[in-house]
Design a protein. Structure first.
Length: 229
């Protein structure tokens, strides 16, 4: 057990440049506290003490602002940074060495039964405010951009951004785990493309209007009258 606790602390020291000491991590990191409460609740959940498990998880939510259902499955080396507003559903599964930022939701899409929450692979980064919904799979080594809403499976080694989330290919280059601001924006690219198409349609409409006016018999009569005068 103590080895697992040391692993939790060490992964924070390795990944968070703001972590200055073990004492600071122990006393002030709500993501760490939430994971420790989760392990107690999960232990109770596996022994079918469902109500007591939910009481522990709700107490953890009150203290940390992070809600992890006792039924979720969480691997080793998971780091919940800041953590406020993080929600992890009952059938969610999270692999090893996953980093989750504040406001992230691993949720369902309705009242379906059985597996209804995401499965997150190993070495995945989920940035601030991302929503991953439904029984979908996020492949290993993938990165979910801030504010994205992911509704479909994501292949390994991918970067996803936008609403709904779209896989962005970056010529095989990795995106720096901490460089959230420099992710591509396919939504902006799509809007620019749509604006270009709108401008082309406007030009075509104006040309058609000109042809219709020239073909109008009344306009032709006026033009002939002007010519005879």
């Amino acid at each position: 057990m103590f080895r697992r606790l040391r692993e939790d602390i060490q992964c924070i020291m390795d990944r968070d440049p703001a972590a200055r000491s073990v004492v600071e991590v122990l006393l002030t990191y709500s993501g760490l506290h939430a994971l420790w409460f989760y392990r107690v609740a999960h232990w109770l959940y596996l022994r079918r003490r469902f109500t007591l498990a939910r009481m522990v998880s709700q107490f953890a939510r009150f203290l940390t602002g992070i809600e992890i259902h006792p039924g979720a499955k969480i691997g080793r080396g998971v780091f919940i940074d800041h953590g406020s507003g993080v929600v992890i559903g009952e059938t969610a599964e999270i692999g090893d060495n996953v980093t989750i930022y504040q406001g992230v939701t691993l949720g369902g899409t309705g009242k379906e039964k059985g597996k209804r929450h995401p499965t997150v692979g190993n070495n995945v980064l989920i940035s601030t405010g991302a929503k991953i919904l439904g029984a979908i799979t996020i492949g290993d080594n993938s990165k979910i951009g801030a504010g994205s809403v992911v509704l479909k499976d994501v292949p390994p080694n991918s970067t996803v951004v936008g609403i709904p989330g779209r896989v962005v290919i970056l010529d095989g280059r990795r995106v720096n785990d901490m460089d959230h601001a420099n992710l591509p924006d396919p939504v902006a690219d799509l809007l620019r493309s749509m604006q270009q198409q709108i401008n082309e349609l406007r030009r075509e409409i104006m040309e058609l209007k000109g042809e219709v006016v020239d073909a109008d018999p009344r306009v032709q009569y006026i033009n002939k009258t002007k010519g005879s005068v």
